[in-house]
Design a protein around this ligand. Structure first.
Ligand code: ADP
Length: 583
C-alpha cells in the first residue's frame, strides 16, 4: 500500500505505511513533494519534519520515500555560493520562483553545466584508499579544490581522465575495487549531513586562530580546530565581530551559517557579506566563503538542517587539508527550532521547554570541530564559532549554559560596554579561554617569552580594577591608597589603548600579533615600573602626568611602520621615567 499523510502539525507530519523506512531518510511529502526527513519511526508510522511550508497540504496526500538520508552535494563550485538549509542555491531559487521560494522546487546545489580544469594526481595502476586525492581543479584564483576518492571506496586506478575541462557529472576516474568491479567516479559526491566525515585521527590543537582582534588573540585566544561561543545581545556588536573574524581570521575557507529569526537579520547578512573584501587578495570575501542562510519565510525545520549542512561542507574542505572557520549565527535559533519540533512531537520538555537532548545535540555539533589528520594524510581543521542570542542577555538560560559546558572559549559581548562605545564589547571579566596554555608556545615564538605572564598580570589588573571601582563608588577615588590609584590609571590605559579596537579604523581593524605583543609589553612595563616607583614613594598623580603616559594611549591606530620606531623609543622612555626603586 502506498503511504499517505495521517496528520499534520505545523512542520511535523505523521505518515502511515512506512514500514522499512530508515531514521533520517528523506521523503517527499504531499502532492507538491515537499522535502522532509524522518525523525521518528513506530511500527509503520513515520514522524517527518518537513523543510518547507506545510500550509494547505491535507491528510491522505501521498508520501514518497527517497531511500536516502538527508545529504549534501560536495564538489567544486561550492565557494561563493549561497544556499538554504537543505543546500538549495538561494540565487538560483530566486531566479525560478521570484523572491519567495515556491514549495517543492528542486535545483542542484552544484551546477552541472559549469566545467572545471581538472589535473589528475594519480596514474593507472595506482592503489588508492578512501579519501585519497585523485586530482585538483582551481576552484577560484586562490583556492585549489582537491578532488578526493569517496571515503567508502578503495582499489586500483583502471582509468584516469587526462588534464582538461570536465563538468561534475563526467567520469574522471574508473576504480577497480577489490572484487574486480569497476566503479566510475566523478567530481561530485554526496554525504549524509548528520554523519561526521571520517578522518585518520584527531590531533590536539596547537596553533591559535589569529584574528587580529587584540582582546581575542592576546587575552581570550581560540585555536585552529577550536570551539568558541559569542553571545550577542542586540546591538552589542555580534555582527561586526563575526564579519571581522570572517575577514581577518587566518582560515582558508569560511562557512557562515545564518539562522535568522527576524527576516531582516538574515537578509542583512545576505546583503552585507557579498560586499566584504578579502584583505589578503583584495577580492570579494565570498570567493572563499560558503553562506548558508535561512530567511524568516523558511520553515523552522530548515534551521535545524542548516547547521548540519554547514558543518558537512566545512568538513569537506577540511578533508582537502584546509583550515576552515565555521560561524553559526545564531545557535539559539537552531535550539528554538529543536524546541518547536520537540513540542510538536509531544516529547517531555526539559528546562525552558527545550528538549532534554538539547545539550547532546549541541555537543555533537561542536564535536565536529577539530584539528585532524585527513584520510589522505594532510592536516586540516575546523574552528567553530557559535553565536548565542540569550533572551534579555541572560546567560543563565539553557542554550548559553549548555554551550558553555562544551565550548572552550567564551567571548561575552556586553550591552553596557557597547553602550559606552567600548568595541569590541567583549567583557573581560566574564570571558574566558581554555586554550591559553596551548597557544603560549606559539606566542613565545611569534611575540616573546613573557606572553603568558603579561596576559595573566594584565587580566589580574582588570580584575583588580573592577574590585576597586566598587570601593570608589562608595567612598570616591581620593581615599584610595596611591598603589590602587595607580592601578586604576593603568587599567584605564589598558582598556582605552589596547582593548578598544575599531573595526572601522583602516589601520586598527587588524592588529598583527607582533604589534599586539609589543603593545602589551609597553603597558606591562609601565605597570611594573610604576608600581615599583609608587612603592618607593612616588606620587601616582605625578606618574600619570609624565609625558610617557600620554604616549601609551592611541597606539592601536598608529601605522604599523611608525610603531616600529615608536616601540623601542617608548620602552626606553618608560625605563628612564621611573626612578629605580632603590629602597
Ligand atoms: P548586533 O549584531 O549585536 O546587533 P552590530 O554588530 O550590528 O550589533 O553592532 C552595532 C553597532 O556597534 C555597529 O553598527 C557599530 O557602530 C558598532 N560596533 C560594533 N562593533 C564594533 C567594532 N569592533 N568597532 C567599532 N564599532 C563597532
Amino acid at each position: 500500500m502506498a503511504s499517505t499523510i495521517q496528520r499534520i502539525s505545523g512542520p511535523v507530519v505523521l505518515a502511515d505505511e512506512m514500514r522499512g523506512a530508515q531514521m533520517y531518510e528523506v521523503v517527499m511529502v504531499g502532492a507538491d513533494e515537499l522535502i522532509g526527513e524522518i525523525i521518528g519511526l513506530n511500527e509503520d508510522l513515520a514522524t517527518i519534519q518537513v523543510y518547507e511550508d506545510t500550509t494547505g497540504i491535507t491528510p491522505g496526500e501521498p508520501v514518497k520515500r527517497s531511500k536516502m538520508p538527508l545529504s549534501v552535494e560536495l564538489g567544486p563550485g561550492l565557494l561563493g555560493r549561497i544556499f538554504d538549509g537543505i543546500q538549495r542555491p538561494l540565487t538560483a531559487l530566486a531566479d525560478i520562483s521570484g523572491d519567495f521560494i515556491v514549495r517543492g522546487i528542486r535545483t542542484s546545489a552544484i551546477s552541472r553545466d559549469r566545467v572545471f580544469q581538472f589535473t589528475p594526481a594519480v596514474s593507472v595502476g595506482d592503489q588508492l584508499k578512501g579519501g585519497a586525492v585523485i586530482g585538483s581543479v582551481p576552484e577560484t584564483d586562490h583556492i585549489t579544490h582537491r578532488i578526493m576518492l569517496p571515503s567508502s571506496l578503495s582499489g586500483e586506478v583502471a582509468e584516469i581522465a587526462g588534464e582538461g575541462e570536465y563538468n561534475v557529472n563526467e567520469t574522471i576516474l574508473t576504480l577497480r575495487d577489490g572484487s574486480g568491479r569497476d566503479v566510475e567516479i566523478s567530481m561530485l559526491q554526496h554525504w549524509p549531513v548528520r554523519v561526521p566525515r571520517p578522518v585518520e585521527n584527531k590531533l590536539p590543537p596547537k596553533r591559535p586562530l589569529i584574528t587580529g582582534q587584540r582582546v581575542i588573540d592576546s587575552f581570550f585566544p581560540t585555536v585552529q580546530g577550536g570551539t568558541a561561543s559569542v553571545p550577542g545581545p542586540f546591538g552589542a556588536g555580534k555582527t561586526v565581530v563575526q564579519h571581522q573574524l570572517a575577514k581577518w581570521c587566518d582560515a582558508d575557507i569560511i562557512v557562515y551559517v545564518g539562522c535568522g529569526e527576524r527576516g531582516n537579520e538574515m537578509a542583512d547578512v545576505l546583503r552585507q557579506f557579498p560586499k566584504l573584501t578579502d584583505p589578503k587578495t583584495k577580492e570579494p570575501l565570498m570567493n572563499r566563503t560558503v553562506l548558508i542562510g535561512n530567511t524568516s519565510n523558511m520553515p523552522v525545520a530548515a534551521r535545524e538542517a542548516s547547521v548540519y549542512t554547514g558543518i558537512t561542507i566545512a568538513e569537506y574542505y577540511r578533508d582537502m587539508g584546509y583550515t576552515v572557520a565555521l560561524m553559526a549565527d545564531s545557535t539559539s535559533r537552531w535550539a528554538e527550532a529543536m524546541r518547536e519540533i520537540s513540542g510538536r512531537l509531544e516529547e517531555m520538555p526539559g528546562e525552558h521547554g527545550y528538549p532534554a537532548y538539547l545539550g547532546s545535540r549541541l555537543a555533537d555539533f561542536y564535536e565536529r570541530a577539530g584539528l585532524v589528520t585527513t584520510l589522505s594524510g594532510k592536516e586540516g581543521s575546523i574552528s567553530v564559532i557559535g553565536a548565542v542570542s540569550p533572551p534579555g542577555g541572560d546567560f543563565s538560560e539553557p542554550v548559553t549554559q549548555n554551550t558553555l559546558r562544551i565550548v572552550r572559549v567564551f567571548w561575552a559581548l556586553d550591552a553596557d560596554l557597547a553602550h559606552e562605545r567600548h568595541f569590541p564589547a567583549v567583557n573581560w571579566l566574564l570571558s574566558y579561554t581554555l586554550y591559553a596554555d596551548l597557544v603560549a608556545p606559539w606566542w613565545e615564538k611569534h611575540g616573546g617569552s613573557a606572553w603568558k605572564q603579561m596576559r595573566s598580570d594584565l587580566l589580574a589588573l582588570l580584575q583588580k580594577e573592577s574590585e576597586l571601582q566598587e570601593i570608589v563608588q562608595l567612598v570616591g577615588p581620593d581615599l584610595l591608597p596611591e598603589q590602587d590609584r595607580f592601578t586604576l590609571a593603568v587599567a584605564a590605559i589598558l582598556r582605552e589603548s589596547f582593548l578598544i579596537q575599531s573595526a572601522f579604523d583602516p589601520v586598527d581593524t587588524f592588529c598583527p600579533p607582533e604589534k599586539q605583543y609589543r603593545m602589551m609589553t609597553l603597558i606591562h612595563r609601565y605597570l611594573e615600573m610604576g608600581r615599583a616607583a609608587v612603592r618607593s614613594g612616588v606620587d601616582a598623580d605625578e606618574l600619570q602626568a609624565h609625558p610617557v603616559t600620554a604616549r601609551l594611549s592611541r597606539m592601536g591606530p598608529m601605522p604599523h611602520e611608525e610603531f616600529e620606531s615608536f616601540y623601542p623609543e617608548v620602552l626606553a622612555e618608560i625605563d628612564s621615567a621611573f626612578p629605580e626603586d632603590d629602597s
